[in-house]
Design a protein around this ligand. Sequence first.
Ligand SMILES: [Zn+2]
Length: 88
Amino acid sequence: MIAAHDSLPVMDFVEPEGIVHLVVCLESGEIATDRCVKIREEVYIEGTEPTEPCHLHPSAGLYKRGGLQPQEDYNTDDNSEDDERTHF
Ligand SMILES: [Zn+2]
């Protein structure tokens, strides 16, 4: 279900309540920090999402300064994923 949304814009997708978008580290399955290399935006049912930051790639300042905003992160991540796919 998650993979099906991978290349689609989520703009007109109406989400049910209780859904949490979170950028997680693929290596640990925990919340991605700015040190994580392989990250992916995942969708969780509220309450089941990981709550711990990645222990494999600890970062002094988790996410970016100014608050936790994984959804903004995931928009920019989408662009970098596209770059990876094209294999220049
Ligand atoms: Zn990590």
